[in-house]
Design a protein around this ligand. Sequence first.
Ligand SMILES: Nc1nc2c(ncn2[C@@H]2O[C@H](COP(=O)(O)OP(=O)(O)OP(=O)(O)O)[C@@H](O)[C@H]2O)c(=O)[nH]1
Length: 439
Amino acid sequence: MARLLGHARYVFGGLLLLTIALLVWQHVGMEEVLELGAGHFPVKVTDDRAEGGASQGWVERKGQDLVMHCRLDKKIDWPHCKLSFDFLKGAKGIDMSRFDYMIVDATYAGPRPMKFGVVVSEVEEGYTRFDTWQSYKVEQVESLDLPSNGHMVIPMNWFVVAQWWKEMAKPPIEHSIVNLDNIVYLDLLSNFGGGEGERILTVHSLRLHGKLISRDTLLLWLVGAWVACAVGWLAVLTLSLRGQLKDSEAAIELLSTVNKALELEARDLAGQAYIDPLTGVLNRQGLRAALMSTSSLLADPMAVIFIDIDHFKSINDTHGHDVGDDVLRKFANVIASGIRSSDRLVRWGGEEFLIVCPMTNVYQGKILAENLRHALHHHTWPAGLRVTASFGVAQHHEYDEVGVVIKNADEELYRAKRSGRDRVCAHIPGELTVAATAA
Ligand SMILES: Nc1nc2c(ncn2[C@@H]2O[C@H](COP(=O)(O)OP(=O)(O)OP(=O)(O)O)[C@@H](O)[C@H]2O)c(=O)[nH]1
């Protein structure tokens, strides 16, 4: 975003400088000049003889000057001579509408006052027919006084549609207004006034002045450029923000995925704290947590079966620790497959296991222990081993701590060990002992 703002500063700063430079240039320079004088377009002189007059005019060229001679004769009311410039090329003339003013540089010799006019003929699209001269629209500036220095500036907005032409041609309204964009003829009309006699008008130059680009057009372009830049900038900004939004969304998604993974891992770790890694059954902490979180475990009657693998040390010693581990894993599997899902199997430590059996009395517990003992007999063990275990069973009483029933079961286990192993001993209150069952 900061980089984008940096670029924008250069772009808009550059555009501002360009705007100022163009406006200043347009104001003080950007001149366009069109020379109409000698040598640029065909020129001829027409006098009033075709209209019944007797004036005589002719033109001669002296270097860059056009010299119009006019011997004025007042035979008719409106005696005149005119210097005519022909701009027609194909069906096109000159577009004078883009110029601001016309400059005539001329000197005059002859009787005064000296008056002249500028008359232009416009080809109106959809109106003018080239074989009908009346259909050329006539626009003019009349009764101009040539200043003593001969330098005459005529603003283009002085031109008006000739009244006599409107009365004669009666054009539709849309063709009655000034239009200078296709001028095919220009006449310097010298109705000199005053008396008869010879007058000489020397035209040193006749030119149109304007700007290469008009102020209005330039302003339009500049506004267009600013709007384009602003729209472009907004588009780039929107795209960049959208990109950032996508990145943020992706980052949020990634964070939430990581979060979930961490949550799962934390849950896993918490679970691992309660699970014995070798056998996958609960450890002592796991039993504590289960007893605290599952009140139904303690619902009386509840039996506890303590189990200890017989002569496990000799398995380790004879076959190695790995086989010993394998036996522990398989042992846990055999026991787990023989109990209910509501029972809890716990590795108490080493080769000792404990089963918590809710809704089970000591007699039922004893039967379960017997079944498990037999299941061990029928299992196939690694290295052709024969694995047996001793079982101690006790029942929990509601007035006792859980530790008491575990201790009682542990004592019964000891009794089973002392009685020769591979058997079940149960703690029946009121009875001294229950006869241990041998395999
Ligand atoms: N492989 C293996 N051995 C273990 C593990 N935990 C304890 N032990 C071994 O289990 C053996 C237990 O031996 P003892 O306590 O003498 O009991 P025992 O050999 O089973 O004899 P009795 O219980 O009297 O039948 C020890 O040698 C311990 O090192 C274990 O996770 N893996």
